[in-house]
Design a protein around this ligand. Structure first.
Ligand SMILES: Cc1cc2nc3c(=O)[nH]c(=O)nc-3n(C[C@H](O)[C@H](O)[C@H](O)COP(=O)(O)O)c2cc1C
Length: 353
């Protein structure tokens, strides 16, 4: 099964299944000499981990990262950084009902058809548990990026939308379990997620992300445009259905005379519909984008589905699941952003003399 490696120079390979012994990864290409703040890495993992609040899956994992190589006396050595996170709270019995049947809109059917075999326990490799490894690597990448600031937050849960732009929000601290930086909206979102959970249902949402202090020049023309790589990074996250940056889909309804970002004398722009990227290259303005997550597939409600023999059968989800993934997806979006920027930061160093 290919497709487990992300990045060109700052490269992450992840391994592991939801109910195997461990998940983890190898970061290859991280430069030597970075003094790592290991607490900050664990802190990002804690923001993603299950069981952290009443509105996420109640699987209890400590999600403690153990580094195996590539770091000596707290400093990167330039050799591959290997790390592992043990799986501690697997309840594989909860998944016996999907051994021979396929959850609608999950990855069960396509894995079975493509590979002829699958680790059905907790969704195996298709489980978002894999994204914990991305969060570790992303937290390392953040430390390489130093002054570049990456902040993601929840901007919609179902129909409840935050009606403020990032420039009006204080993004310095996460103040609630939804990770929406507006208290009144966050309270509505929290109540709605709790209601959805009671119904045994799920709901989608949007994570927005802002990158500040980006130097001019990150991004390679043609196929490796910065926004194309960000798009790929975001669309590789489980349950993501949409990506837009800058004016996004709303820009399609505008006139050029309104949409053009006019220059100030210092090269900054008066508006930022471009979302900080022009021609695939960062222009020094803030980069901002939205990532749409679907309502996840596993419902604690009965649905009709297909089994391996081609029969229509009744299925009701069991086990511990997220009614809405966006609060836990915030650190994942940040991590994938950091991986892209670290990679493009290093690529920039070899792309001009
Ligand atoms: C943080 C996070 C948690 C998730 N938790 C669940 C879950 O509890 N139940 C579920 O069915 N899907 C969950 N998913 C989504 C599945 O992993 C995903 O839908 C599945 O792999 C199929 O891929 P696709 O939806 O991208 O097509 C989660 C996704 C994320 C990002």
């Amino acid at each position: 099964m290919a497709g487990n490696i992300f990045g060109k120079l700052f490269k992450l390979t992840t391994f592991g299944e939801s109910h195997g012994r461990a998940i983890g990864g190898i970061i290859d290409g991280c430069p030597a000499g970075i003094k790592l703040d290991l607490e900050a890495i664990q802190n990002d993992l804690d923001r993603r981990k299950p069981g952290q609040s009443a509105i996420v899956t109640q699987r209890k994992e400590s999600d403690t990262v153990e580094f195996l190589s590539g770091i000596f006396e707290g400093v990167t050595t330039g050799t591959p950084i290997g790390f592992e996170i043990r799986n501690e709270d697997q309840k594989s019995k909860d998944y016996s009902h999907i051994k021979d049947s396929f959850r609608p809109s999950h990855a069960d059917y396509v894995y079975e058809k493509k590979y002829g075999t699958r680790d059905y326990r907790g969704g195996g490799r298709s489980s978002a548990r894999e994204t914990a490894s991305r969060v570790v690597a992303g937290a390392v990448a953040k430390q390489l990026l130093k002054d570049i600031e990456i902040k993601a937050y929840v901007s919609a849960v179902g129909e409840i939308k935050l009606d403020k732009s990032y420039t009006e929000l204080n993004l310095t601290q996460e103040e609630n379990i939804v990770r929406c930086p507006d208290t009144a909206t966050a309270q509505k979102m929290e109540a709605y997620i709790k209601e959805i959970r009671k119904q045994g249902d799920t709901v989608g949402g949007v994570v927005s992300c802002v990158i500040k202090n980006v130097p001019i020049g990150l991004g390679e023309p043609v196929f490796d445009k910065l926004h194309a790589e960000l798009g790929k990074a975001m669309l590789s996250i489980n349950a993501v259905k949409g990506f837009e940056y800058g004016s996004g889909f709303e820009g399609a309804a505008m006139k050029g005379s309104d949409h053009n970002d006019l220059y100030n004398e210092d090269g900054s722009t008066k508006t930022n519909f471009s979302g900080g990227i022009q021609g695939g290259i960062s222009n020094g303005m803030d980069i901002y984008f939205n990532v749409a997550f679907k309502p996840v597939a596993t419902l604690i409600q009965e649905q009709t589905t297909l089994d391996k023999k081609g029969n229509m059968v009744k299925m009701q989800g069991k086990g511990r699941h997220d009614p809405c993934v966006v609060p836990r997806a915030v650190p994942i979006v940040e991590a994938m952003t950091a991986l892209v920027l670290a990679d493009y930061f290093l690529l920039d160093k070899v792309s001009r003399y």
